[in-house]
Ligand binder design. Structure first.
Ligand code: URA
Length: 244
């Protein structure tokens, strides 16, 4: 793996900053100063230090993506572009989306190759909260919002669990769910005679969409974000790169 890629994946640098650090003599590999951030390293065996601090290799990749409209939450699809195609080739081959967003829903997506974390975060019993900004066709009345907060019947007669709704303007607001049925928000608005015209996911458990990411852009999660997800999934904390 390229050294600059390793430092980016560890969440401690960007590719351009890695080149600068290498030129400035701030990176060592197995104790030897390196000038070329494009050199190949073996992440499992080589010891990389940046500014005198050892950088740990992460077993898994954790990516936050600001999903654009028109992409499907899948690794492959013959009819539509997939979210994985927005990532680096190396990561795209490894990670999978943690949960689904509809093709026309935008915003926060977590992609990872950490199957255990993903499985636990998505387990219905864990009730991980997800907040979405909705835009709807007709003004949402307090009565309709109240019915949705308490639970409405959707496909198959399923009664939705209590949820949070914060009305911002008559046709926009935030809705927080702790479950994820197929097209759930669309169906819930349909159940009260309204219709979703746009949907953006803002949070996923402890993760909040990074406002610096444009649609279609992504970044690796920080140690703090990964640890917060681990805590939400009742898993042991990863070692922070700054703990070393
Ligand atoms: N509910 C929906 O209707 N669509 C999504 O993408 C997510 C939740």
């Amino acid at each position: 793996m390229r050294l600059d890629k390793f430092l980016t994946a560890a969440g401690v640098s960007t590719r351009s900053a890695a080149s600068k650090s290498a030129r400035a003599g701030d990176i060592t590999v197995n104790g030897v100063r390196v000038k070329d951030a494009g050199m190949q390293i073996d992440p499992s065996n080589d010891t990389v230090m940046l500014h005198g601090q050892t950088i740990t290799w992460r077993e898994h990749i954790y990516v936050m993506l600001n999903k654009p409209e028109g992409y499907v939450s899948a690794t492959e699809d013959s009819r539509a572009p997939v979210v994985n195609a927005l990532l680096d080739e190396h990561d795209a081959a490894r990670v999978f989306p943690c949960g689904r967003l509809d093709k026309y829903t935008v915003g926060l997506m977590l992609l990872t190759d950490d199957g255990e974390l993903s499985h636990r975060l998505l387990a219905p019993a864990r009730h991980v909260a997800k907040t979405y900004r909705y835009h709807c066709r007709d003004p949402l009345t307090e009565d309709a919002a109240g019915r949705m907060r308490e639970g409405v019947h959707i496909e198959g007669g399923y009664l939705t669990a209590p949820c949070g709704i914060e009305i911002i303007t008559p046709t926009t607001g935030n809705i927080t769910l702790t479950e994820g049925k197929y097209h759930q928000i669309k169906q819930m608005f349909g159940a009260v005679g309204n219709e979703i015209t746009a949907l953006e996911r803002l949070t996923f458990g402890p993760l909040t969409l990074d406002g610096k990411l444009e649609r279609g852009e992504w970044r690796y999660l920080s140690d703090e974000e990964i640890n917060a997800l681990y805590a939400a999934a009742d898993l042991k904390k990863i070692k922070n790169t700054t703990d070393i």
